[in-house]
Design a protein around this ligand. Structure first.
Ligand code: HEM
Ligand SMILES: CC(C)=CCC/C(C)=C/CC/C(C)=C/COP(=O)(O)OP(=O)(O)O
Length: 318
C-alpha cells in the first residue's frame, strides 16, 4: 500500500467519525450541555468532581442521542431544506438505520449510566427529555401545529433541571425558574430564525409560526414572549442562586432583549426582505448570547458565594 493510500484511508475514517458526531447536533447542544452543567454546579449541594463530570457527560450523550433520533425521523424534510440538506443522512454519508441505532443506543446508555452515577430522578428526567424532543416534538408536534416549538421547547428547558436533580436529588423553585427561563426564551429564539428561513419551512411543509400565521403575527408574538420572559428571568435573581452578577446581567440583557424584540415586531416583511433580515439575524444571534450570559452569571454568583465574597440571594444588591 502506498503512503497516499494510507493517507486517503485515514482521511476517510476521520470523516466518518465526524459524520457520527454531526448526528449529535454538537453546535446547538453545547449550550444545552452548558445550561445542564450550570444547573448542577450552582445547586447548594456539593457534588464530587468525578460524579459531576460523569453526569455532565451522560447528559451530553443523551442530548446528542436525541439529536440523532431527530435527524433519523426528519431525514425527509432535512433533504428539502437548504440549511439541513448537507446533514449526514440527506447527503448519504450515514444511513437511516445507523442514525437510529446511534440514537437508541446512546439514549439507553446515557440514561442507565446517569442512574448509576447520580440518582433515579435525574435519569428519569433525562429519559423524559429525550422522549419529549424525539417523540413529542419531532414525531408529533413539529409537523402538526404552529405551537410546535412552544410546547416542544420544554425539552430544551429540562437540562438545567436535570443538572440540579443530579446534585440535590430533587426539584425546586430555582430549577423550575431555570426551566421557565429557557422555555419562554425558545419561541423568540426560534421564530427569529424561522422568519429569515421561512422559504425552507414552506418548501418542507412544516407549519412553523411564520408559515401558518404569517410574519406579522410571528413578530408580535416574539415581542409578547420577550415581555413575559423578562420578569421570569429577573425572578430567578430573587432566589437563593441569584446574586449581584446575575441581577445586573439579567437587567441589562432583558432590556436589550425587549428592545430587540420590539424592533423586530415593528418591521414589515418587505423592509426585512430589503435589508436581508438584518434585524432578525442580529436578534437571533443575540438570543444565543442572552441565554449563555444568564447562565454564566449564575455561575459567577455561585463562585462569589463559594469564595465567601457575597452572601446568598438578592439582598446583596440592596
Ligand atoms: C424547540 C426548541 C428549539 C428549536 C426549534 C431550535 C432551533 C434552532 C435552529 C433551527 C437553529 C439553527 C441551527 C442550524 O443552523 O443548524 C438553532 C441554533 C441554535 N440553537 Fe436553538 N432551538 C431550540 C432550542 C434551543 C435550546 C434549548 C438551546 C440551548 C439551550 C439552543 C441553542 C442554540 C444554539 C447555541 C444555536 C446556534 C448553533 C450554531 O452555532 O450554529 N436552541 N436553534
Ligand atoms: C438532555 C437532552 C435530551 C436535551 C435535548 C435538548 C433539546 C431538545 C434541544 C433542542 C434544540 C434543537 C436542536 C432544536 C432543533 O429543532 P428542530 O429539530 O426543529 O431543528 P432542525 O431543523 O435544525 O433539525
Amino acid at each position: 500500500m502506498t503512503d497516499a493510500t494510507y493517507i486517503e484511508q485515514a482521511e476517510a475514517k476521520d470523516a466518518e467519525f465526524g459524520d457520527y458526531i454531526e448526528l449529535l447536533k454538537p453546535r446547538v447542544m453545547r449550550l444545552v450541555i452548558f445550561t445542564a452543567a450550570v444547573g448542577l454546579l450552582v445547586a447548594p449541594v456539593p457534588v464530587h468532581p468525578v460524579i459531576a463530570l460523569a453526569a455532565i457527560l451522560c447528559i451530553a450523550v443523551g442530548a446528542g442521542a436525541s439529536g440523532a433520533l431527530n435527524m433519523w425521523w426528519d431525514a425527509d424534510i432535512d433533504r428539502v431544506m437548504g440549511r439541513t440538506k448537507g446533514r449526514p443522512i440527506p447527503s448519504g454519508r450515514v444511513t437511516e438505520g445507523e442514525a437510529l441505532a446511534v440514537g437508541l443506543g446512546l439514549s439507553g446508555l446515557s440514561v442507565v449510566m446517569l442512574g448509576l452515577f447520580a440518582n433515579l430522578l435525574s435519569a428519569a428526567l433525562l429519559a423524559f427529555t429525550i422522549f419529549f424532543y424525539a417523540v413529542v416534538y419531532t414525531m408529533w408536534l413539529k409537523r402538526s401545529t404552529p405551537q410546535n416549538i412552544v410546547i416542544g421547547g420544554a425539552a430544551g428547558a429540562f437540562p438545567p433541571m436535570i443538572g440540579w436533580a443530579v446534585a440535590t436529588g430533587g426539584v425546586s423553585v430555582e430549577s423550575v425558574l431555570m426551566f421557565a427561563l429557557i422555555f419562554l426564551w425558545t419561541p423568540p429564539h426560534f421564530w427569529a430564525l424561522a422568519l429569515f428561513r421561512n422559504e425552507d419551512y414552506v418548501a418542507a411543509k412544516v407549519p412553523m409560526m411564520p408559515v401558518s400565521r404569517g410574519g406579522r403575527s410571528t413578530r408580535r408574538q416574539i415581542f409578547v414572549y420577550a415581555l413575559v420572559l423578562a420578569p421570569a428571568a429577573l425572578a430567578l435573581g430573587l432566589t437563593e442562586i441569584g446574586g449581584p452578577v446575575y441581577g445586573l446581567t439579567a437587567l441589562v440583557l432583558n432590556a436589550g432583549f425587549v428592545a430587540g424584540a420590539w424592533r423586530v415586531s415593528r418591521r414589515s416583511g418587505a423592509a426585512a426582505e430589503a435589508d436581508g433580515f438584518r434585524a432578525e439575524k442580529r436578534f437571533f444571534g443575540y438570543s444565543i448570547l442572552y441565554l449563555f450570559l444568564h447562565f454564566v452569571a449564575l455561575l459567577a454568583d455561585a463562585g462569589l458565594r463559594a469564595l465567601e465574597l457575597a452572601p446568598t440571594g438578592w439582598p446583596v444588591l440592596i
